[in-house]
Design a protein around this ligand. Structure first.
Ligand code: ATP
Length: 326
């Protein structure tokens, strides 16, 4: 008979890559679930950078109190080039051994999951939790931070709409998304935008301008165009649209404000469920998995499979945004 592995007793948690609202709720869920299950839990500051340098402290239930409503991450985050080298990974493994940590939860984007995979491949069980506002992780229907970012952008659109309508202008609002139009598509639908430009689909500027002119002729007092940052520069588009429509056009780049703020209830609940699931996996000595949400169920997927999935594009929602923007 095979020897049964004992349940894990000491785990670590870190946040890595770009921060996202709701990461704190995920940290809290990991810490409190682990304590509830009788495990010790260690917080690792500054992502893989802090891991390599042993920037680690034991956490208790109180150390994650009063953080649910806070944006960002209490553990801080970092990008650590050195962790991509064998030397860096070995350094991290040594630190984990010194602290007696047996498993790790990594909250971040797909870059962070590559780091998690590298640790798992060397026999150290690691679980990824998708935390990024971009919603660009293919294996999960939604990532922690996306809902909050969409709501933040929506608030901005509604404010800009008030002033744009008063002046009968067009406004181009540049939102985050270097490779993905997810935030742009969701906010275009929610904000009733008149146009949408995303990296996945080539833009037809003439058609866009025609729609703006037709809208004005029908009596529209404002036009909002949502532009994902990876599809062009708002300032350049401002000039082109103003020239072709003859209407006053302004650009607004929302930038980092999209990352901040209190997480939405949906993000807090998603993060809490994912954090709980991650600890359940580690408790049973399961590693090399990413926690995902599918049909509103929390599940997990093999990290290698997750990383190999071709990037997604939500054509159905894009079509909807186009249809409703006439
Ligand atoms: P975001 O989506 O917000 O950009 P991310 O997790 O994709 O988040 P990255 O900067 O790509 O952000 O990765 C974060 C960290 O993960 C890197 O600084 C590095 O420490 C680690 N990492 C990234 N890519 C790899 C890789 N190929 N191998 C090992 N570790 C990696």
């Amino acid at each position: 008979m095979g020897e049964e592995l004992e349940n894990m007793k000491k785990i670590g948690v870190l946040t890595s890559g770009g921060d996202a609202p709701g990461m704190n709720a995920a940290i809290r869920a990991v810490v409190r679930t682990a304590i509830y299950k009788g495990m010790k839990v260690y917080g690792i500051r500054r992502g893989f950078q802090g891991l390599m340098h042993g920037d680690i402290d034991q956490m208790d239930a109180a150390s994650v109190g009063e953080i649910l409503h806070r944006g960002g991450t209490i553990l801080n985050t970092a990008r650590a080039e050195a962790f991509k080298t064998e030397e860096g990974i070995q350094k991290a493994l040594t630190v984990l051994k010194v602290f007696g940590i047996e498993g790790l939860v990594v909250i971040g984007g797909d870059g962070s999951f590559r780091g998690a995979r590298d640790l798992s491949q060397r026999g150290f069980p690691t679980i990824g939790i998708p935390g990024t506002i971009d919603n660009d992780i293919v294996c999960t229907e939604v990532t922690i931070g996306f809902d909050t970012a969409v709501n933040t952008v929506l608030e901005a659109i509604n404010k800009i709409r008030d002033t744009v309508a008063s002046h009968e202008r067009t406004n181009i609002i540049e939102v985050m998304g270097r490779h993905s139009g997810e935030i742009a598509i969701a906010t275009a639908i929610a904000g009733g935008a008149e146009g949408i430009i995303i990296p996945e689909v080539p833009v037809d500027i003439d058609l866009l301008c025609k729609r703006i002119i037709e809208g004005r002729n029908r009596g529209k007092t404002s036009s909002i165009i949502i532009l994902a940052e990876g599809a062009g520069k708002a300032m350049e588009l401002e000039e082109i649209i103003e020239k072709r429509t003859g209407m006053e056009t302004r650009a607004t780049v929302l930038g980092y404000l999209q990352r901040g703020g209190s997480p939405s209830a949906a993000d807090i609940i998603l993060a809490s469920r994912m954090g709980y699931h991650a600890v359940e996996l580690l408790e049973n000595n399961i590693g090399n998995r990413v926690v995902i949400s599918k049909n509103n169920k929390i599940m997990d997927e093999d990290i290698n499979k997750a990383l190999a999935m071709p990037s997604k594009f939500n054509e159905e929602l894009f079509e909807l945004a186009m249809v409703l923007s006439i």
